[in-house]
Design a protein around this ligand. Structure first.
Ligand code: SIN
Length: 479
């Protein structure tokens, strides 16, 4: 890894303001998915160390919550600027541990910085209310207070942005954080911690620990100091966290799996729709919770759309994310490849037509696949594929499209293309999803509330709603 600032690659954990090796002496090796070469190692902490990090965050909470919102905002703003200044190095670290193309990695660093910037501005707008009381001479004061120590568990697909999105809101609200990044991609989170330290985040306010998910998750859910857990990851683990959080009634935000439909109606701008479908399907090699997983195309424009897609999918260059022009990096690991093959084989067995790609893997690299004539009984309609496989299902009517779109336990993102205003109103009302892109698939941004319904979880990140997740409402009756 060629870094201008090699100290950004930290192979230690950070809590209570100190960089530490694990007391257990155990490590987790981190490999580059493009080369499968080990690029470094991070500590595998013991449960006792997790508890120590939580205690440090509890201590730090006492003064951080009393800090002025302006001061908290100032620190977050400085942190955001440092991310932008180190964009190249952070992208290099991310591409090396996660595999995504460098241009996407740089985009993710800017995306992460935008959350720190957004919440630096939101910190000072944590308004309360004064409500007319029901007895003369009384007043009802409502104030929002930080919930306390928060645990943030983040995934490997967006190693820096998902953590920045959580920690920015939490710190703006006056909470302190213990973060556990994915074992596969810990270096981006540790670099974020280093820049936080430089931006003036006080000791104990933001802590990063690495280790086994189960042990750390158990401490997060069983330690009563932790008042809130924010998790981005699979629905399976989200459900487990919900069960385990019953012990302390820990508040949860869960951003879980998706199975986004993209509907192309025959009144749409087809070129725009195809461009949107490609962008939303193949971002991060298809490893995004808001990725298009099911493409629904009205039969009257079906052939036209498939032809346009064929050309566009065939152009996508696959390879090591460091190489110029690469649009699709490797999948994260072998089990991701196996899932892709399972979905591909199942679709082919059930009668899908192969238009592009071959359904084979070369190490962790997969040529993007385009399938036509897919059907709702195929596996990819039930499970999130998380790979570069785009399969199109033809439909006839608007009612059928809505029924197909909602035929999933998930409800994170959905997209549709149409130029009929009344249809746009009807369809956006009818689709069961936390987020909808109309004639647009780039829906993720700091100003908007990101989150889902159904098995995609609950809670919102980003936007003014994002800070509420880290606040409790206290009401004071003035007699
Ligand atoms: C995700 O895949 O979990 C998040 C993607 C995004 O923020 O756009």
């Amino acid at each position: 890894m060629k870094l201008k600032n090699p100290e950004l690659l930290q192979q230690a954990n950070y809590w209570d303001g100190l960089w530490r090796q694990s007391a257990t002496g155990e490590f987790i090796e981190v490999a580059n998915p493009s080369t499968r070469m080990v690029i470094g190692k991070v500590p595998r902490v013991s449960r006792a160390e997790v508890a120590s990090a939580i205690t440090a965050a509890e201590q730090a909470f006492i003064s951080w919550r009393q800090q002025t919102a302006q001061k908290r905002g100032q620190i977050l703003r400085g942190w955001s600027e440092l991310l932008l200044q180190h964009q190249e190095d952070l992208a290099e670290i991310m591409t090396s541990e996660q595999g995504k193309p460098l241009a996407e990695a740089k985009g993710e660093v800017r995306y992460a910085a935008s959350y720190l910037q957004w919440f630096s501005e939101e910190a000072v707008r944590n308004y309360g209310d004064i409500i007319p009381a029901q007895k003369p001479g009384q007043k009802i004061l409502v104030q929002k207070q930080p919930i306390g120590v928060c645990a943030c568990i983040t995934p490997w697909n967006f190693p820096i942005a998902m953590l920045a999105r959580k920690v920015a809101a939490a710190l703006a609200a006056g909470c302190t954080v213990v973060a556990k990044p994915a074992e596969l991609t810990p270096f981006s989170a540790l670099a974020l911690a280093l820049l936080g330290e430089r931006a003036g985040v006080p000791a104990g306010v933001f802590n990063v620990i690495t280790g086994d998910s189960a042990a750390i998750g158990d401490e997060f859910t069983e330690n009563p100091i932790v008042r809130k857990i924010s998790f981005t990851g699979s629905t399976r683990v989200g459900k487990l966290l919900q069960q385990k959080s019953a012990t302390n009634l820990t508040k949860l935000s869960l951003e879980l799996g998706g199975n986004a439909p993209l509907i192309i109606f025959d009144d749409a701008d087809l070129d725009l729709a195809v461009k949107g479908a490609i962008a939303a399907k193949f971002r991060n090699a298809g490893q995004t919770c808001v990725c298009v997983n099911r493409l629904l195309v009205q039969r009257t424009v079906y052939e036209q759309v498939m032809q346009k897609l064929d050309g566009a999918v065939a152009e996508l260059k696959v390879g090591d994310g460091h190489q110029e022009g690469v649009k699709i990096g490797p999948l994260i690991n072998q089990s991701a490849v196996e899932k892709f093959i399972r979905h591909f084989d199942d679709a082919m067995e059930k009668g899908a037509k192969l238009i592009c790609g071959d359904g084979k893997s070369d190490n962790l690299f997969i040529k993007p696949v385009l399938l036509a004539d897919a059907k709702p009984n195929m596996l990819f309609c039930r499970e999130e594929t998380f790979a570069p496989l785009l399969a199109a299902i033809p439909f006839d009517t608007e009612e059928e499209a809505i029924q197909l779109a909602n035929d999933t336990p998930y409800g994170l993102a959905a997209y549709f293309y149409s130029n009929n205003v009344q249809r746009i109103m009807r369809v956006s009302d009818a689709i069961e999803s936390g987020m909808i892109g109309v004639n647009e698939t780039a829906i993720s941004n700091a100003a908007a509330p990101f989150g889902g319904v159904k098995w995609s979880g609950y809670g919102r990140e980003g936007s003014r709603y994002g800070m509420d997740e880290y606040l409790t409402i206290k009401y004071v009756l003035m007699g």
